[in-house]
Design a protein around this ligand. Structure first.
Ligand SMILES: *Cc1c(COP(=O)(O)O)cnc(C)c1O
Length: 402
């Protein structure tokens, strides 16, 4: 503790973050996660910013399934998978995920961040090319950094630019090429054009990888994901995703694909080899979630109904949203201070949501992001819409009011 300059340096950097309005405070919740939460000051808030798309995070059936697995398999394994950290429940979950996603095999990780961090380095080297969407998740960016392959970047969701990068990688004589994209981009709710991406991959003999963190469990008629939504099931090489959003919400991630890919990852992927096994209660609860959503699309259907209703009504009130169909609804306020004021006013009105501004989103694109859940009741959504209308009128944002 002798280098005082280190600590004062950190203090002044933190102070700069605070002054620039970029410091991220943490809201403390004193209840379960759900469409309504109780904050630590005792207020009840309608929650519009969780990735709890199917409403399963605080759900009683989910915790019962976790408790049953906890009872049967114990709390944890104190081991990585390949020493003594694999139980029947882990193998069952890997089988079930493969069946759900339409792939051959699946490998579990402690988080999707680890799945993405550990997927590239074992499979690709300096002879290969990774062609990545500019808005891909931080964990994909980090995973690519850990790998020696040449990096190509294409503008978000821009198929002409993707083709340009495919041509460049081909002309550079790269051995294998892989196109990597989020299935759904979480800031805008943009759905990747997987039909076009798969067509381009076939034209240029490239592989494809999608990160399904904001899609698994509800995109597509049966909730299988963006590949189902876009009609390309069975034509994506590698699928990564999380168990920490729609599929129960605790934590955990996976990579799914061809048998030889998954087997290679079990042998070589560092976050798998050198990090503890997923807690068995999470594996058990995830299995129960997959069973439940495989039997009925009720939750997924309700989520999509809520999404369509909210998108329609928020525009009718006079707000501008990014068009689309995904339960991520960016309500555009454009100006950063307005977005901050708006989110703060909504909090006073009993609605929990998050504001985003530069550098998280491009300059001039400040917004609040709403995320719908199957757990939201129509009454809750109407309360939220009323609060939007009130805060919008107060801040002079509504289109009709201008
Ligand atoms: C949330 C998210 C992750 C990280 O998931 P964890 O399981 O929480 O690590 C990875 N990729 C995308 C696209 C995400 O949205």
């Amino acid at each position: 503790m002798s280098d005082q300059a280190f600590y004062s340096g950190l203090q002044s950097k933190l102070e700069t973050l605070r002054q620039d309005g970029l410091f991220k405070p943490e809201r403390v919740i004193a209840s379960r996660q759900g469409s309504e939460v109780v904050s630590d000051d005792g207020r009840t808030l309608i929650n519009m910013c969780a990735n709890n798309y199917l409403g399963l995070s605080g759900d009683v059936e989910t915790s019962k399934a976790a408790a049953a697995a906890l009872e049967k398999y114990g709390y944890g394994l104190s081991s990585v998978r390949f020493i003594c950290g694999t139980q029947t429940v882990h193998k069952e979950l890997e089988r079930k995920l493969s069946e759900f996603l339409g792939t051959e095999d699946t490998i579990l990780y402690a988080a999707a961040f680890d799945a993405n961090g550990g997927v590239f380095e074992p499979l690709f080297d300096e002879n290969d090319a990774i062609i990545s969407d500019a808005l891909n998740h931080a964990s994909i960016i980090d995973g690519v950094r850990l790998c020696k392959a040449a990096r190509y970047r294409y503008a978000n969701n821009d198929m002409a630019d993707l083709e340009k990068q495919l041509v460049a990688a081909t002309e550079a004589g790269k051995r294998h090429k892989i196109i990597v994209t989020d299935g759904v981009f979480s800031m805008d709710g943009t759905i990747a054009q997987l039909d076009k991406i798969v067509a381009l991959a076939e034209k240029y003999d490239a592989l494809t990888m999608i990160d399904e963190s904001h899609a698994s469990g509800f995109m597509g008629k049966l909730g299988r994901g963006t590949h189902e939504h876009c009609g390309v099931m069975g034509r994506i090489d590698i699928i990564t995703g999380t168990l920490g959003k729609a599929l129960g919400g605790a934590m955990g991630g996976f990579t799914s694909g061809r048998r030889e890919v998954i087997e290679t990852l079990r042998q070589k992927s560092r976050p798998y080899l050198f990090s503890n096994t997923l807690a068995p209660m999470i594996a058990g609860a995830s299995l129960a979630v997959l069973d439940r959503i495989s039997k009925s699309t009720e939750l997924r259907d309700r989520l999509m109904e809520n999404t369509a209703y909210f998108r329609q009504e928020i525009e009718r009130i006079g707000f501008t949203i990014k068009p689309g169909t995904h339960p991520v609804v960016p309500v555009m306020l454009f100006d950063a201070p307005v977005a901050q004021k708006f989110a703060a006013r909504m909090f006073e009105l009993g609605v929990l949501l998050s504001g985003f501004f530069y550098p998280v989103v491009p300059m001039g694109q400040a917004r609040v992001r709403v995320q719908l859940s199957a757990a939201h009741t129509r009454e809750q959504l109407d309360t939220v819409l009323k609060a939007f209308e009130q805060a919008g009128r107060e801040l002079g944002i509504l289109k009709s009011a201008q």
